[in-house]
Design a protein around this ligand. Structure first.
Ligand SMILES: [Zn+2]
Length: 240
């Protein structure tokens, strides 16, 4: 009897260990990644199950997302969780400044984070300062950047993790800089990663040389990155 119990305990522990490696539910319908209204945004935020109420104020909602993201433990089956978290933290910094909730970080070939930044279009009154553009442009102004650059092309193995799928402008900039890209939330209506075949031949070849692919990050983080991308719906920020 005791032996049977021990076997049962052993099996349960094995299943728990195995569960660490099985993706929970990685198939979020693509429609999820477009949000049309503040009401829809709030419902999705409440559905995250992180304590957000439909009646919460904007600062409360954002602080709950921030607390959840900062304490999120990367999952073993999602090897990009660690960098996804860092890029999402940048989205929150931008939102709190009055900007768009999109962030990006740069990682060297050894996996060290060498730069972090976020979309600054609203804050700096610049149409070009998407998260990836701000990241590259600000970094390239620093002395440290020379350690990673061959004139203006990054050394092999540098990767940008963006909280959102790059737009056409950013995808071209990233390819022209010679960096690989991983993004957390897909952008079915605005992303360029799955439309590279549309580019003129020379740019298409360059873009294929430096892959831009979806990060392997947990569904919760993908949803949060998406909601931060559409956080402008909360207070209708940006040009009108
Ligand atoms: Zn962009």
């Amino acid at each position: 009897m005791k032996k049977l119990l021990l076997i049962k305990v052993f099996v349960v522990f094995q299943l728990i260990a195995l569960a660490q490696y099985i993706p929970v539910s990685d198939s979020i319908p693509v429609e999820y990644f477009v949000t049309h209204s503040r009401a829809e945004w709030m419902q999705k935020a409440a559905d995250l199950g992180i304590g957000i109420e439909l009646t919460d104020s904007i600062p409360v909602v954002i602080s709950k997302i921030e607390r959840f993201t900062e304490s999120y433990q990367p999952k073993k089956q999602y090897p990009d969780d660690y960098y996804a978290i860092e890029s999402i933290i940048q989205t929150i910094h931008s939102f709190k400044e009055g900007g768009y909730g999109i962030g990006a970080i740069m990682v060297d070939s050894a996996g060290n984070i060498i730069s972090k930044n976020y979309n600054s279009q609203i804050q700096r009154h610049r149409s070009d300062l998407h998260a990836e553009m701000t990241l590259l442009s600000d970094f390239e102004e620093t002395e440290e950047a020379k350690n990673y650059l061959n004139v203006f092309i990054y050394h092999p193995g540098v990767t940008v993790y963006s909280s959102a799928e790059p737009c056409p402008m950013c995808l071209i900039r990233l390819a022209a800089a010679g960096v690989n890209t991983k993004y957390v939330t897909p952008g079915p209506d605005d992303g360029m990663a799955n439309r590279i075949y549309c580019l003129p031949a020379a740019w298409r070849d360059l873009a294929y040389r430096y892959p831009c692919v979806k990060a392997k990050s947990s569904p919760e983080l993908q949803k949060i990155a998406h909601l931060m991308f559409f956080s402008f719906l909360l207070d209708n920020r940006g040009p009108h």
